[in-house]
Design a binder for this molecule. Structure first.
Ligand code: NAD
Length: 482
């Protein structure tokens, strides 16, 4: 077996201790690694790199394409960018995979038979990070969901389920409210699911789905979600197994991947030989499978299970009832090393096959452009202290040249014409102009001249959104009450 080059970062807080423990265990188990070390986190931020990583470190990541990363401390205050988000998006790590497994009765949990995997889309959604304050009263965050992004994560989830002999994928979205964005995710999920009839598929609205997952996680196998819901609910799922210190995660891209613990740098526990290295160790186990060393992954995982069964526990999972010995980070690592070659007696043993190497490749269907007709425009206006009727009258005055004001909404609710006096209005108005004849399309020049008339009338427009039909179908949401 030849050595595989990987990049390792020891991180901040408890990071260096749990990384040392993890590397010791996997190397004792026979992992063949050619390690390049990079610095990330606090001290790199302090050197003036606003994303917590120095430019030369990217070269190492590009060279090895495998990153084992310890947690870092994110500095407080403005001007700093999240290192995790930067790495995920810069390297195109589109899939976040987080197995959440209970180890009852050895680790306390209310959900003893839980064994699910959260697969989260990792790049899109509100995490595109496009935010603007538009008026005194209103800030906006763009939620971007793309068809290629949905297809990639959905295909990945089904390929993952096949490779890991998972039987069912449950998709969570909020498409009853966000019909175009979450609706696209759900639609693509259904399309891809039809290509994998051997895997059961189902969809839940995220709120009731989350409630069900929190009370009967044993009903779930693989749970697939867009970025924001996945971020929140994967922490919930991990915590339900007993400790955030136990779960690892893989961030997978095309030919490049990052493996880590799900928890942070726990600064209060740093430097005291207290932290549980299991989360990062689970990340490393996924890495070993990914780089084609499944037999090492299996030996490490089974030795770890045996250690947990033998009641050798760090403080975070220690209990008088289930534990035999409370140990520190180093002693825990030594206990796992001592058990290499053993299998658990009661917990199901881990089994990884060659060929399961999770280098799952997913192809995206090329986009076929639709026939796109521009039929109107939403103009967003910043105006304080005006009544909807007065604003409607001003907008009627600027209508013309084939575009007429049809509706004004405030926070999505129609307030003109015929709004309710009870509706609370802010200083942020969405003014919908449509072509004067239903079948007529609009030219960009008409919108430009409309904006000139709006500006000349003294109104402050802050953005526009074109209203289009794609292949003849309206592709924008209606105002509530429209
Ligand atoms: P945290 O995950 O570091 O800690 C939450 C709680 O869990 C603490 O009580 C901590 O002591 C405990 N804990 C976490 N990991 C443990 C382990 N391995 N063993 C034992 N106990 C453990 O979350 P936080 O306190 O909100 O964040 C601390 C710092 O970590 C912040 O700067 C945050 O931005 C950062 N963070 C980094 C990452 C990452 O690098 N991937 C992820 C999350 C948070």
């Amino acid at each position: 077996m030849s050595s595989i080059p990987i990049t390792v970062a020891h991180g901040d807080g408890i990071g260096p201790e749990i990384m040392d423990a993890t590397l010791q265990i996997i190397q004792e188990a026979g992992a063949k690694l050619d390690i390049e070390t990079i610095d990330i986190g606090e001290k790199v931020y302090e050197q003036g790199h606003t994303s917590g990583i120095a430019p030369e470190s990217w070269d190492s990541l590009r060279r090895t394409k495998i990153f084992l990363k310890a947690p870092i401390t994110t500095p407080q205050g403005g001007g700093y960018k999240s290192l995790n988000v930067t790495i995920r998006k810069s390297l195109g790590l589109f899939a976040n995979v987080r197995p959440c497994v209970s180890y009852s009765p050895y680790v306390d949990t209310k959900h003893p038979t839980m064994n699910l995997v959260v697969i989260r889309e990792n790049e899109e959604d509100t995490y595109a990070g496009i935010e603007h304050q538009q008026t005194d009263e209103v800030a906006q965050c763009l939620k971007l969901i793309t068809r290629p992004g949905c297809e990639r994560i959905c295909r990945y989830a089904f390929e993952y389920a096949l490779a890991h002999e998972r039987k069912k994928i449950t998709c969570f979205t909020k498409d009853n409210i966000m019909k175009l964005t979450d609706g696209l995710f759900h639609k693509v999920f259904d399309e891809i699911a039809a290509e994998y009839p051997q895997i059961e598929s189902e969809h839940w609205i995220v709120d009731i789905g989350a409630a069900k997952m929190a009370t009967s996680p044993e009903d779930f196998d693989v749970v697939l979600m867009p970025n924001l819901y996945g971020d929140i609910l994967s922490d919930v799922a991990a915590q339900m197994t007993g400790s955030v210190g136990m779960a690892g995660s893989a961030n997978i891209g095309q030919g490049i991947a990052m493996f880590e613990a799900i928890h942070g740098s726990a600064p209060r526990r740093a430097g005291q030989n207290l932290a549980n290295p299991s989360g990062l160790l689970h990340g490393a186990i996924m890495m070993l499978v990914h780089i084609g060393q499944p037999e090492v992954a299996q030996a490490v995982h089974n030795a770890w299970l045996k250690t947990i069964e033998d009641g050798i526990h760090t403080y975070d999972v220690y209990s008088e009832q289930h534990s035999q010995q409370k140990v520190g980070t180093k002693e825990f690592a030594q206990a796992v090393v001592k058990r290499l070659g053993q299998n658990p007696s009661n917990l199901p043993a881990a089994s990884y096959r060659t060929g399961e190497a999770a280098q799952l490749s997913v192809e995206i269907t090329p986009t076929v452009p639709a026939k796109k007709d521009l039929v109107g425009v939403d103009v967003f206006i910043h105006r304080h202290g005006i009544s909807p009727d007065d604003l409607g009258a001003q907008l009627q005055a600027v209508s013309g040249d084939g575009l007429a004001i049809k509706m004004v909404t405030n926070r999505g609710v129609k307030v003109w014409p015929e709004g309710f006096p009870e509706t609370f209005c802010t200083d942020h108005w969405r003014c919908r102009f449509k072509a004067t004849t239903e079948s007529q399309t609009v030219k960009h020049e008409q919108i430009v001249s409309l904006l000139s008339r709006i500006a000349a009338s003294g109104l402050d427009f802050i953005k526009t959104e074109n209203l289009c039909h794609f292949d003849g179908k309206p592709s924008y949401s209606l105002g509530q009450g429209e």
